[in-house]
Write a new protein. Structure first.
Lengths: 132, 520
């Protein structure tokens, strides 16, 4: 779907309005979406589509995906959560996943930042270095 | 074996400590060599992006939520949803003398099948041009070996001289002749062990040309022995618009290395019309706003930032230089089109080639009236200034009088003489391709023409007499020619010697000059 510039501008304005204290307010967001759907302003579908895209990116930026080869114990999980919260500020959601292909270590992705400390990642890096 | 193990151990040790932060994104859209990547929040403008599988991209559009990147090389393997990483590096190409004699692509990779390139230095493709403080005015000549250019439109080291004309008017030939002449002079200086001579290395950038044309250029340069002093950067018509857009910048980086290291280089952009078209394609696919003739708004800046990188540096900064000869192809002689006017205004002069002259047999088909070198005679040797100072004016006068004479009116003797002299000078300036003339010979021939030694030669035999004179002075008077080349000026003694030599030569001609054209 091609989103016109005007719709993008309106979606962006709406996106700003649904923030409170620098964080996305879910209630306000739901309210805004409902009102827009009811009032149906010009190009409302495009506005909502772009708003969804902006929210998706915001959620991604506020979500830390932590992958490890084996399940982490509670202490390590808490330590990781605390360090990430200190670095990225409040409102960060964390989700822990097990991925055996990583062989060992942790891979953390927050938005477009990736911290790769896994054995698989290091082996890949070594492979690249030797290939050069 | 121990060495191999040590190398592997060192590599492993190097890798161990690195849990580096990476910035990644996801391909949202890919097509026509351009990818839209979501994420990549830390991407820099012109940063190289790693698409995996040895595919590299270049970040050109930094938008609010995504990055527009052009793919260098084969983009057919890139898929939607694929992960992309920033590299923290700007696009770089290998530079150095190891590239001389090679044909490379936009990324500096060899395409001539002669094995890997020996180079341990890389230069960024995009670089800010040298500033005011580092520059010096142009004062040393680039001898093209093409008589009308060296005599009337002299090019200096560090100058930007545009070569403009319609298709098939000899634009590339002028450049190839110039390359061949540089190679001849470089070789001559090497043989003589002349330490004072500053060799001029050449970079030929082929943009959007047919592969067969590039192959032909390489063949000619190899046959003429010019390849050891030349680098060819090829971005043929079959390559992506991205590669064609970046090729001149890559070639310029290779030339800058010579300049920064106190050497002289000459770069030929063949041609910037196709370069602008490639940039237009990239810009349109990147959805940048288009302007006149659908070119993006920064098409002027594209060429100005490229050509500004040609410079002559001061002694304090190594005394190197980079001369640029951009080529522009016009449509039906229209020099007032968008891209031609842009490049005319950027460069320090232009050599305008006319189709009519070309088909009249005046080759190189240089239009004397429209061609100019804004650096002027500062880049000419004194000897050439002495003999060619008035030629441009004389030729302009000749053209005016010749047009007037067509009405068939009676002309006075002085006008008649001017027309006859003009006809002979036009003949003298005709030159075969791939046969550059040494500057000392140009000086001798022009001196003879200016002093009336060709006046009694029939116009149709001027070329023959010129060739014989050239042969005579180079074989019988090599010392005199060597002195002209060394002293670069005609003093009284040399002038007398030249006079005696030309008179002696005329004596050997016999019947040749007897059929003097009858004055009307």
């Amino acid at each position: 779907m091609k989103i016109p510039k005007q719709a993008k501008r309106k979606a962006k304005a709406l996106f700003k309005e649904v923030h409170a204290n620098g964080l996305l307010d879910e209630n306000r967001l739901v309210q805004a979406v409902q009102l827009t759907s009811q009032r149906k302003p010009r190009g409302y579908l495009a506005i909502l589509t772009h708003l969804e895209h902006l929210v998706k990116l915001d959620v991604e930026n506020r979500t830390a995906r932590i992958e490890s080869a084996t399940p982490l114990d509670g202490q390590v999980e808490a330590a990781v959560k605390e360090k990430l919260a200190r670095h990225y500020g409040p409102g960060l959601h964390t989700s822990f996943h097990v991925n055996a292909a990583l062989l060992g270590g942790l891979r953390i992705r927050v938005g477009s930042d990736v911290y790769d400390g896994t054995v698989a990642g290091r082996l890949k890096q070594l492979e690249d270095e030797l290939a050069q | 074996m121990t060495n191999v193990l040590e190398t592997i151990e060192a590599q492993i040790a190097g890798v161990k400590a690195s849990t580096a932060k990476q910035n990644v994104g996801t391909v949202r859209e890919i097509g026509d060599g351009v990818a839209k990547v979501e994420g990549l929040t830390d991407a820099m403008l012109n940063e190289m992006l790693d698409f995996g599988n040895n595919v590299t991209g270049l970040a050109l559009n930094l938008e609010e939520t995504e990055v527009g990147a052009i793919i260098l090389g084969d983009y057919t393997g890139v898929k939607e949803g694929q992960e992309v990483r920033t590299t923290g590096k700007l696009l770089q190409v290998p530079v150095g003398k190891g590239l001389l004699g090679r044909v490379v692509n936009t990324l500096g990779q060899p395409v001539d099948g002669k094995g890997p390139i020996k180079s341990d230095t890389a230069y960024p493709v995009e670089k800010i041009a040298p500033g005011i403080i580092r520059r010096k005015s142009v004062s040393q000549p680039v001898q093209t070996g093409i008589m009308p250019i060296d005599a009337m439109i002299p090019i200096g080291r560090g100058q930007r001289e545009l070569i403009i004309g319609d298709r098939s008017t000899g634009k590339t030939t002028i450049c190839i002749d110039t390359i061949i002449n540089q190679a001849r002079m470089n070789k001559e200086a090497e043989t003589k062990g002349d330490k004072e001579y500053r060799p001029l290395y050449t970079i030929y950038v082929a943009v959007g040309q047919k592969q067969s044309n590039i192959a032909n250029t390489v063949r000619v340069l190899e046959e003429q022995g010019a390849m050891p002093y030349t680098i060819i950067v090829a971005a043929a018509a079959a390559e992506s618009a991205t590669n064609q857009y970046l090729a001149p910048f890559a070639g310029c980086a290779m030339g800058e290395w010579f300049m920064d290291n106190g050497m002289d280089a000459l770069i030929i952009y063949d041609d910037l019309s196709k370069h602008a078209v490639a940039y237009r394609q990239v810009s349109l696919v990147l959805k940048r706003p288009s302007g006149r003739e659908a070119y993006p708004g920064d098409v002027f800046y594209l060429h100005s930032r490229l050509l500004e990188r040609a410079a002559r540096l001061g002694e304090k900064y190594g005394n190197g230089s980079l001369t640029a000869l951009p080529i522009i192809e016009t449509q039906l002689g229209d020099v007032s089109a968008y891209i031609p006017t842009n490049v005319i205004s950027i460069t320090d002069g232009q050599i305008y080639l006319e189709t009519d002259l070309f088909y009249q047999g005046v080759r190189p088909a240089i239009s004397v009236g429209l061609s100019v070198s804004r650096v002027g005679s500062a880049a000419q040797i004194k000897g050439m200034k002495q003999v060619a100072g008035r030629i441009k004016g004389d030729l302009a006068q000749f053209r005016e009088l010749a047009a007037f004479a067509q009405f068939g009116s009676d002309l006075d003797a002085a006008t008649q003489a001017k027309i006859e002299r003009g006809k002979r000078i036009v003949e003298i300036f005709k030159q075969q391709q791939y046969q550059p003339i040494p500057v000392e010979l140009q000086v001798a021939v022009l001196w003879a023409a200016q002093n009336g030694y060709f006046d009694d030669v029939p116009v149709e035999r001027v070329k023959e007499v010129q060739a014989k004179l050239g042969e005579y002075v180079t074989t019988r008077k090599p010392d005199m020619m060597a002195r002209i080349a060394k002293e670069k000026a005609l003093n009284d003694a040399l002038t007398n010697e030249l006079k005696a030599a030309v008179t002696e030569f005329k004596g050997t001609l016999g019947k040749l000059t007897e059929s003097k054209p009858a004055a009307k």
